[in-house]
Ligand binder design. Sequence first.
Ligand SMILES: NC(=O)c1ccc[n+]([C@@H]2O[C@H](COP(=O)([O-])OP(=O)(O)OC[C@H]3O[C@@H](n4cnc5c(N)ncnc54)[C@H](OP(=O)(O)O)[C@@H]3O)[C@@H](O)[C@H]2O)c1
Length: 336
Amino acid sequence: MIHAAIIGMGVWGQNLVTSVQGLSQDIQFVAGATRTPAKASEFAAQYKLRLLDSFEAVLADPSIDAVVLATPHSMHTEQIVAAAKAGKHVFCEKPLGLDHASTQRAAQAAADHNIILGVGYNWRYQPALQEIRRMIDDGRLGKVLHIEGNFCGPSVYRFPKGHWRHASDESPAGGMTGRGVHVIDAMMYLAGPIDRVTAQSYRLAQDFGSDDTTSMMLHFTGGSTGYLGTVIATAETWRMQVFGSNGWVEVGDVSHLHTWDLTTCMIDRSNVTNKQKPVTTSFPATSTERAELEHFAACIKNKQPLVTPDGDAVRNAAVLEAIIRSSTTHTTVQLG
Ligand SMILES: NC(=O)c1ccc[n+]([C@@H]2O[C@H](COP(=O)([O-])OP(=O)(O)OC[C@H]3O[C@@H](n4cnc5c(N)ncnc54)[C@H](OP(=O)(O)O)[C@@H]3O)[C@@H](O)[C@H]2O)c1
């Protein structure tokens, strides 16, 4: 059993705790630290967490094996480095970092101090997304030609003026940091690294806060293309459609973290003019939060690295940085 502490006990920090507490044989939260303990004291009592005074107090506590970071985005990389130096394993919410250099430095600190670093890209734990990966691996989908994605919702209306989510250094390129990075991670899982982006990002709905309308074209090293939009001043929706040389698959428009349906439509090679009927497959409800935390615990047990300095989570930060640069300079940005 991994004994973890939750750092940042807001909406998502509490959700991560409840996803495993009393339900998992592999990981259990024993402590927590947050900026305003009074806001979390009832929750801590309910879930039997010791509330410590500070992040530093957690790092100094030898009974804690791992920290789970659910803090504002700009704090992630420094907190990872500090935890790695203290010998604590770290599971960090997305995005791992907001630029490539600091994110790579954090992943390198984890490697240097022999701790396991995990990241909250929970879409990868969706059975439907894993099935698309299998359809690519075994050739059913054919060559991946193009991926379309969006991840939208009313985020900007949820947070009042002055909330950290509206700060330009916390949510650059609008919905990319809160939402779009998940789709980028899923796209890289299916089509490999991204090497070119052209993005635009604007604030259209309100006169304060983060951008709300962000879109981009993507090019993958393997030759596939993609586009992605994230509109965070509209109603909740998301969708990803992967076009292969044998047909297409689509996920989306259902309760987003729990049950994904998968719709597939394949070409009839014996009669390509024959319009095919899409087929929808359902998968059992899955707690992707519990799955990602249990996988993190298993990797600690097996000393198996998760996030590495040259892996997808660090590349995701490079893509995010390129999207921010492209949207501010109005140019296409090539990634190294
Ligand atoms: N994987 C997913 O699907 C998913 C979904 C939602 C969020 N997340 C991620 O989870 C992380 C936390 O997001 P959240 O929605 O839980 O945010 P939140 O509700 O605002 O919680 C943030 C927590 O960090 C604390 N904090 C510490 N220093 C802070 C500072 N300088 N400014 C503001 N807060 C500070 C807050 O303390 P106070 O109590 O004093 O405010 C609060 O407990 C983010 O990385 C976010 O992207 C992931």
